[in-house]
Design a protein around this ligand. Structure first.
Ligand code: FES
Ligand SMILES: [Fe+2]
Length: 426
């Protein structure tokens, strides 16, 4: 349970809100690079943390991220022209470069110096790992870009998707942290993750549906160990990270691609769900890519030209009661990611956490809330929030069998850290 005030603090992310200010300390995955495929391609709308923005790639390939609305008379730049190193408003032709500087103002006399006084709100961007990153915070506090494994592998080893989910970012993030639902909600569908027949993780997950949690606070966020009974001598540990402020890692299933998410506020009632799959030692196969593009596993099928999922709130996520009865999906919804999506959204656009009843399996969620609320206090005092450095992000989730009595973070130490040598190799 969470007080009304804490729930509000956690879930409001607009400019000037306490959490909004914390989230603006970090680089934000804003767009897929492929959304702006070439110089002077059509600009796109993107909403982040309640701010309506336009992204464009200029003639020299640089990416601009500016206010959607022209500072003259507030017309949307979506209808403007992306040409000759700037975006030009369709109404009176005011033109802005990627840094937000007004570079042409044809509606005013040539001798006027009005142009030099005009700027449009703009945010710095960087590109890495197939993603355009945005920084929306104070210019003097810009941190390092994260260095997560999926960002550093070759393009042929990575698949990325992005979708809109109809609920607050934190509700979705909680689902990514909560490892106990895997044995129930995903009991029928985990095979869709491409689990190899040699992997016994599905059997182990089904065998013990009430994992014991051990949660450690780390410099980047949380390290979460979920322990299940395996046999007389061993426990099966699924170990995952929550990296501030919105990343979660998924423990691997056999030789299947690794996976992770970012849960980024679009506004307070919608979030961007980023999903990445990658294979550290090899290229993804065509079959794997085709399956992901069809919405299997953690990815989702979207309506072409949009990031809205085909199965969505309005159509009850295409729930199939026969599939549910047959046990192919516990919720009767296709795809692991869409099972999560449906149940998370069903709690309302912003869940009322003052009404919930939390159990022992919710320990990690309780701690994640604390980390974010602590970050609000630290930020208000002008301190440094966690995981601003690239190095903090060099971690891996793991699934391992460990002898009973062995602390999970000791036993799985090598599997959890992306070693310098791995990092150079990727
Ligand atoms: S409204 Fe954009 S130039 Fe006038
Ligand atoms: Fe899930």
């Amino acid at each position: 349970m969470l007080s009304y005030q804490d729930n509000k603090t956690l879930t409001r992310t607009g400019a000037g809100t306490p959490m909004g200010e914390v989230l603006r300390r970090y680089w934000i995955p804003a767009l897929m690079s492929e959304e702006l495929p070439h110089p002077d391609c059509p600009q796109v709308r993107v909403k982040l943390l309640g701010e309506e923005l336009i992204a464009f790639r200029d003639t020299s390939g640089r990416v601009g991220l500016v206010d959607e609305y022209c500072p003259h008379r507030r017309v949307s730049l979506f209808y403007g022209r992306n040409e000759e190193c700037g975006i030009r408003c369709a109404y009176h032709g005011w033109k802005f470069d990627v840094d937000g500087k007004c570079v042409d103002l044809p509606s005013e006399p040539a001798e006027s110096n009005f142009k030099s006084k005009i700027r449009i709100k703009s945010y710095p961007t960087e590109e890495r790992g197939g993603v355009i990153w945005a920084y929306m915070g104070h210019p003097d506090l810009k941190p390092e870009l994260p260095e997560q494994e999926w960002m550093m592998v070759a393009d042929s080893q990575r698949y990325i998707s992005k979708k809109i989910q109809e609920c607050n970012y934190f509700q979705a993030l909680e689902g990514g942290i909560d490892s106990s639902h895997v044995s129930i909600l995903h009991s029928g569908s985990v095979a869709n993750l491409g689990v190899s027949s040699k992997s016994n993780s599905t059997t182990l997950l089904a065998k013990d549906t009430a994992p014991r949690f051990e949660v450690m606070e780390t410099e980047y966020g949380l390290l979460i160990g979920a322990r299940r009974d395996a046999d007389e001598d061993n426990y099966y540990w699924r170990i995952t990270q929550f990296i501030m402020p919105w990343y979660t890692m998924i423990p691997p299933f056999g030789g299947a691609p690794r996976g992770g998410h970012a849960w980024v506020p679009m506004d307070d009632e919608h979030c961007w769900v980023w999903s990445w799959s990658w294979t550290p030692g090899r290229d993804l196969t065509k079959e794997e890519i085709d399956q992901m593009a069809a919405g299997a596993g953690i990815h989702a099928k979207v309506i072409p030209g949009t990031f809205r999922t085909v199965a969505n709130l309005e159509n009850d996520f295409l729930i199939d009661r026969d599939m549910q009865k047959r046990g192919e999906s516990f919720a009767g919804i296709f795809g692991v990611g869409m099972e999560d999506h449906a149940v998370q959204v069903s709690a309302g656009s912003v869940a009322d956490r003052s009404l919930e009843r939390l159990g022992t399996s919710d320990t990690a969620i309780i701690k994640a809330r604390r980390r974010l609320l602590d970050a609000v206090r630290v930020n208000e005092k002008g301190g440094a929030v966690p995981a601003l450095d690239a190095e903090s992000h060099r971690v891996r989730a793991a699934s391992v069998l460990l002898p009973k009595g062995m602390p999970f973070h000791e036993g799985a130490k090598d599997a959890l850290r992306l070693a310098e040598k791995d990092f150079e190799a990727v």
